[in-house]
Design a binder for this molecule. Structure first.
Ligand code: PDD
Length: 283
């Protein structure tokens, strides 16, 4: 089946979907995006994703191009035309098309692009053995709370993971503190069974999966602490995992050369992953 993309109000064959060379997203990465999962044909956590999208736009003073309701209708249309039941939709908005000048153009029309695709379940091996992560120096800017398309450090980090035979790269500050993954939030379970993830700030993206997982954990009686943790603490942790729209809760059993605990996904990571998958199925 040929795929269909959405480009500024038009539904076009994916291979013909194009934007202007002077799109500011292309020239300045002057734009934002969202990735929303679909389970059984329904969006998972749609409202929080749209809240974050609108917040990212506001922070960059990019105009929301339509009403939220109209955007959702277009999102549903993209999903329908691509016959996605289990997969993701990608929504990108950039400041507009204008002659190249760093400052905002006087008149700009927000450009909207959307694609949707089906995704396969994660390999069973990930669940059984967990995944490896590598660490990379935190070199990003101080507005990581904005879901900007400016992802070059994240691209380099993920490539380092790929080349290191790892699933994810984790950013670590010069003083040894973990911020987050290249496209995920990072968590550990301490020796005394507490779930720890960084508090929200401008240094990390406020993951939607992070929030949902935190709510699920608390409902299940797991104590959650929102505080920074160091790489040294992560290496010594009882369990580690990362969360994102596409990874759900993914157990991490090795960080660089350090095997976490006995090298198998821990009980809390496993349980929360299952609970999250069940939550998605109820979306
Ligand atoms: N990335 N941190 C970063 C830097 C991310 O890029 C992402 C998501 C997350 C997790 O956010 P959420 O739980 O809302 O997906 C944290 C998406 C999936 C991506 O870029 O493809």
């Amino acid at each position: 089946m040929s795929r269909i993309a959405y480009v500024n109000g038009r539904y076009v064959p994916h291979r013909e979907a194009k934007v202007h060379v002077e799109d500011r997203g292309y020239q300045f990465s002057d734009g934002i995006y969202e990735v929303v999962a679909l389970a059984n044909g329904r969006f998972v956590d749609l409202e929080p994703h749209l809240d974050r999208l609108e917040r990212s736009l506001r922070e960059l003073r990019i105009a929301m191009p339509t009403t939220r309701a109209a955007l959702v209708l277009a999102m549903e249309e993209v999903v329908g035309r691509n016959r996605v039941r289990d997969g993701i939709i990608y929504v990108q908005m950039t400041r507009g098309v204008a002659p190249r000048d760093h400052a905002f153009p006087a008149r700009a029309r927000t450009q909207v692009v959307m694609t949707a695709k089906s995704t396969k379940p994660h390999p069973a091996k990930y669940e059984e053995d967990g995944v490896k992560a590598v660490t990379v120096p935190e070199i990003r800017w101080h507005r990581c709370d904005i879901k900007s398309v400016s992802l070059l450090p994240n691209v380099l980090a993920k490539q380092a993971a790929r080349e290191g035979g790892a699933y994810e790269a984790i950013f670590v500050t010069p003083d040894g503190v973990v911020t987050e993954g290249s496209s995920s939030n990072a968590w550990i379970v301490t020796r005394d069974g507490k779930l720890v993830t960084r508090a929200l700030s401008n240094e990390i993206l406020g993951g939607i999966t992070r929030q949902t997982l935190m709510d699920i954990a608390r409902e299940e009686g797991v104590e959650v602490e929102e505080r920074p943790f160091t790489l040294a603490e992560a290496r010594q942790a009882r369990e580690a995992f990362v969360t994102s729209t596409t990874s759900y809760a993914m157990p991490v059993t090795q960080i660089d050369d350090a095997v976490i605990a006995n090298g198998k996904p821990g009980t809390i990571s496993r349980r929360l992953r299952q609970s999250y998958i069940a939550y998605m199925a109820r979306a």
